[in-house]
Structure formats: C-alpha cells, structure tokens
Design a binder for this molecule. Structure first.
Ligand SMILES: O=P(O)(O)OP(=O)(O)OP(=O)(O)OC[C@H]1O[C@@H](n2cnc3c(O)ncnc32)[C@H](O)[C@@H]1O
Ligand SMILES: [Mg+2]
Length: 208
C-alpha cells in the first residue's frame, strides 16, 4: 500500500510562482500546511531526467533531503503531436532565461513563438493537436516516494490570447472549449487541467 501524507507540513518543491499558487490552492482543502522551496531557501536542482517522472522525482527528492520535510514536486510541459511531442519534457528549456536586469524569469512569448514557428514549417494544414502533461511526485525524507500522472488534450492556437495563468497558457485551448487556458477563469482551468488530473489521483490515494 502506498504511504500516505497524513496532515502536517509539506514543501512545495517548485521555483515557479504560477505552479506554487495552483498547487497550494489544490492542497489547501486537505488540511496540509504548504511551505515553498523558495521561502526555505532550497536550491533549484538540475533537471537532468529525460522523462517527467524522472524530473519530478529529482525535484521532490532534492527538497526532501535538504529540508527533512516531505516534499511535493511537479514536472510538466506541453507537447505538440505534429512535432513528435516536443517541447514536452523540455518545455521550460525552450523559454530561455532572461538575463537582463530586473527580469529574472523566462521569456514565454519567445518560447510560444518558437513552437508556433516549428509547426508553421510543417505547412498550413499541419494538425494543431497538443496536450499538457503533469507528473506530481511526493518524496519522504527516508527515500520513499509516490508519483501521479495527469494529462489534458487540446490544441495549439496562435497568436497568444489571455493574461491569466502562466507559461504556455495563452496558446493552449483545451478540447471542447474556445478560450485558451489564459482566458478561462482559474477555477475552470483547475477543474480540467493536467495538474488537476494528476491531483485527482493524488487526492484519491492520499486523502481518499
Ligand atoms: O521546475 P519547477 O521549479 O517546478 O518550475 P519550472 O517552471 O521549471 O517547471 P518545469 O520544469 O516542470 O517546466 C514545465 C514548464 O511547462 C509549462 N507549463 C506547465 N504547466 C503549465 C500550465 O498549467 N500552464 C502553462 N504552462 C505550463 C510551464 O511554462 C513550465 O515552466
Ligand atoms: Mg523546472
């Protein structure tokens, strides 16, 4: 049987403010006290894995070892079918770090443009099917771990639309909807996203 979290403190092992907000909101109803890797000053490990599962475990384990507290990490990304699933596990890498002063984040507009440019090279009729994947990994300080995988299907749109959410949300339209994730109310995104899908599995096993 999989080990359970119980109640108490948990470190959200991410350095992405958008994810931190979504994960805290999803965990709050379950009575967990969420600490962030940033507020604890934990280092950001190198994501050397070639799968979402490997990277999620690298991040969760690094945090659990450094903090001594059970930790939850998220590795996620967007895949485009016509690009053989790219950028996928390399989604964050495609948004190069901005190095000029005052902009420590990543350039998402450039990254979204790169994906669209590659798809445009396939011709105007290239299918625009895309999906978001999310793997949530829990790591206990003694080395135990659990992983949960989620996915949401949709399509890539261009130009980007909407200001809500984060990352690639402005170019992703979930199946059955017309708005992008960045135009939908955050509560609606939370109800259908790849992260929500993985979370539903986590909640069923950990808190069910
Ligand atoms: O590794 P951490 O510190 O958690 O933060 P990160 O931003 O580097 O995250 P990942 O390595 O998992 O890279 C996944 C990228 O995929 C994108 N992504 C994941 N979930 C997304 C979502 O719900 N909406 C839009 N983009 C998303 C987002 O831009 C992420 O930065
Ligand atoms: Mg990362």
């Amino acid at each position: 049987m999989t080990r359970r979290l119980g109640s108490g403190s948990l470190v959200i092992a991410t350095h992405n403010a958008g994810k931190l907000k979504e994960i805290s909101a999803l965990l709050e109803p379950h009575g967990m006290k969420c600490l962030s890797a940033g507020s604890l000053g934990l280092p950001e490990p190198e994501e050397t894995g070639t799968t979402f599962v490997e990277n999620a475990l690298i991040k969760a384990r690094a945090s659990a070892e450094a903090s001594g507290i059970v930790s939850l990490a998220d590795d996620s990304g967007m895949s485009v079918a016509a690009l053989d699933g790219r950028p996928g596990v390399y989604t964050a890498d495609w948004a190069e770090r901005q190095h000029f002063e005052g902009a420590p984040g990543r350039d998402w507009y450039m990254a979204m443009g790169k994906v669209e440019g590659m798809l445009a090279e396939k011709g105007p009729d290239a299918p625009r099917d895309a999906w978001f994947s999310c793997v949530l990994a829990i790591a206990w300080p003694d080395g135990d771990s659990a992983v949960y995988e989620g996915r949401v299907d949709g399509s890539l749109t261009w130009p980007p639309r909407g200001t809500l959410g984060f990352g690639y949300d402005p170019v992703f339209v979930p199946a059955g909807r017309e708005q992008t994730f960045a135009e939908l109310d955050p509560a609606e995104k939370h109800a259908m996203s790849h992260r929500a899908d993985a979370f539903a599995k986590l909640v069923a096993e950990q808190f069910g």
